[in-house]
Write a protein that binds this ligand. Structure first.
Ligand SMILES: [Ca+2]
Length: 92
């Protein structure tokens, strides 16, 4: 899969397509991808901004100095998918 850390990879709004499937679907596979990355040393999200679900801070990969993909992004995605919570933040 294309590993695209470019911050313009987010297509189009909103974020949440963590697995970066071409159809831009937000579904259970995105949740699984995020959980796998955060807790099971799974692969990095192909597009960092898509995985920065809550849109907090400048999303940059850990090897570039910060990591704004955290538990709040996972909570936001779960809340959206299962509890009628707000949709993921718009792409920058
Ligand atoms: Ca997806």
């Amino acid at each position: 899969m294309l590993l695209n850390k470019n911050l313009t990879c987010c297509i189009p709004t909103p974020r949440g397509n963590v697995d970066y499937d071409p159809a831009d679907q937000i579904d259970i596979s995105d949740l699984v991808y995020l959980v796998d990355y955060m807790f099971s040393q799974g692969p990095e999200p192909p597009c960092w901004e898509e995985a920065n679900v809550d849109g907090s801070g400048p999303a940059t990969p850990p090897d570039e100095g910060s990591d704004d993909i955290d538990i709040s992004d996972l909570v936001h995605l779960v809340d959206y998918m299962f509890n009628g919570g707000p949709p993921p933040a718009d792409c920058p």
